[in-house]
Design a protein around this ligand. Structure first.
Ligand code: SF4
Length: 449
């Protein structure tokens, strides 16, 4: 039986590689690498599959080497990223000197610039999507001896092409649940990640998801996955669609299913514009307890430039509606848009402060592969600050990184300095573990800034 390893190499910092983005963890949380989770769902039959994630296993290079000696993988799927590919390649080349395996890369820069990346030494193939049509066949026919022939013959057949419809897959959650992943909102329960769609139909300039066409999973595939989650004792999931609720008809069908046949609780990302009052009620009935809304900015000139249509009142009304139905709200704001002054950034936070949202998450603007402001030919001239949303960077250089750090802390103080908000947060905790988790995340966010 062919042995397949799903490998998430570690780096000096705790870097999350997630769909089309990579960034340093703002606190100490580190969630299941969803690209690998999805790919695991295409490898149930005829493969012996293992997951190696030294980030959560606290494994050093010597441990990885030992793992390769014992497991002897034939095919390794490597989750890499723009922030880590040089280090990942160094490790893979070293491992390839002593072991024979086919190295297939995935991750933000590999999905987006595959034709350039394939020429780098150590890469046998690149998977252009997760899930990836024909993956099992691809693995069977690219065993180490044939992959070399394919590489010498032509690079193109080595790129497994994207597909218009989401191919069927049933993730092997059990391979990941045995490891120590954590998310601030997992509440200490057995929890995992779930997708009902890929891509997004909005076109915000700075977001890589806007360059991925919106595709839905087959309803029966979602049902199979929910049944499986229940059978292995999962209680909670994070619905990782970029924007939940885009297709209202399918969303109501999914919510009905959750309400009538399962007892999961869950949380998701969405946009105020897609959440109707009826959908919010149905979400609550189906077990939703938290919605993360990307506001990013409320400055008109930024919204126009970045092709994001939204109004403060629309956002505020939807937050009220969610809160009224007992669903907590976490808002995302981005600091460092080129045209924004210090006052603009603080003003956005000030307006968000006046809403009933419980949480605010702040990121710095970064150049992300696949978006208009990322230029592949300048890759080596970018600093880590420009590529990682954990670090402050202002494209116009009008703000020193330290000033942006101060702005971030000020924004957090502005947002959380409301008695009602703090009281509601404390009241919402169901256990001391949950309280401790959120408190630790909040503290580390400020400390690491
Ligand atoms: S709505 Fe959100 S996920 Fe969709 S393109 Fe805009 S920022 Fe990206």
């Amino acid at each position: 039986m062919l042995k397949v390893l799903l490998f998430n190499p570690s780096s000096e910092r705790l870097i999350i590689k997630d769909q089309y983005c990579s960034f340093t963890s703002k606190a100490s949380y580190y969630w299941i690498p969803i690209d690998l989770l999805v790919i695991s769902g295409q490898l149930q039959e005829n493969f012996e599959v293992r997951v190696l994630d030294p980030n959560v296993e606290k494994m050093k290079e010597s441990g990885i080497e030992e793992f390769f000696i014992k497991f002897k993988p034939d095919f390794v799927v490597i989750l890499s990223s723009v922030l880590t590919y040089q280090n990942d390649l160094r490790l893979i080349r070293k491992l390839k000197n002593r072991h024979t395996f086919h190295a297939s890369f995935i991750g933000d820069i590999f999905y987006r610039y595959s034709e350039r990346m394939i020429s780098l030494e150590g890469i046998d193939s690149i998977l252009l999507a997760y899930p990836c049509e024909g993956l099992a066949n691809f693995i069977r026919h690219r065993t180490p001896s044939t992959s070399i022939l394919t590489l010498e013959g032509a690079a193109a057949p080595n790129l497994v092409a994207d597909d218009k419809n989401v191919p069927s897959y049933l993730p092997q959650h059990q391979l990941f649940l045995s490891k120590k992943y954590s998310v601030p909102f997992d509440g200490g329960k057995k929890s995992t990640l779930l997708l009902t769609s890929l891509g997004c139909s909005f076109c915000c300039n700075y977001c890589p998801a806007s360059r991925v066409s919106y595709q839905k999973r087959k309803f029966e595939d979602i049902v199979r996955e929910l049944d499986f989650l229940r059978s292995i004792g999962v209680k909670r999931f994070w619905l990782r669609d970029f924007t939940f609720g885009l297709d209202a008809k399918d969303t109501f069908k999914f919510l009905d299913l959750l309400k009538n046949h399962y007892s999961f609780d869950w949380y998701c990302h969405s946009r105020p514009i897609v959440l109707s009052p009826e959908m919010i009620v149905a979400m609550k009935d189906a077990g939703c307890f938290l919605v993360m809304l990307g506001v990013d900015s409320l400055v008109q000139k930024t919204l126009e430039k970045e092709k994001r249509q939204q109004s403060y009142f629309q956002i505020k009304n939807k937050i009220d509606e969610l809160e009224k139905n007992g669903i907590a709200v976490l808002l995302h704001q981005i600091l460092g848009f080129e045209e924004e002054s210090t006052l603009d950034m603080l003003k956005t936070t000030w307006l968000l402060r006046k809403t009933k949202a419980l949480y605010l998450s702040l990121n710095f603007l970064s150049y992300r592969p696949g978006t208009g402001n990322f230029q592949f030919h300048q890759l080596l001239s970018y600093s880590e600050y420009e590529l990682d949303s954990f670090y402050p960077h202002h494209p116009s250089k009008s703000h020193h990184p330290n000033i942006l750090r101060v702005i971030k802390v000020l924004c957090l103080i502005i947002f959380y300095s409301r008695f009602n908000r703090v009281y509601s947060i404390v009241k919402s905790f169901k256990s001391f573990g949950e309280f401790f988790n959120i408190l630790k995340t909040g503290f580390l966010q400020i400390w690491k800034t």
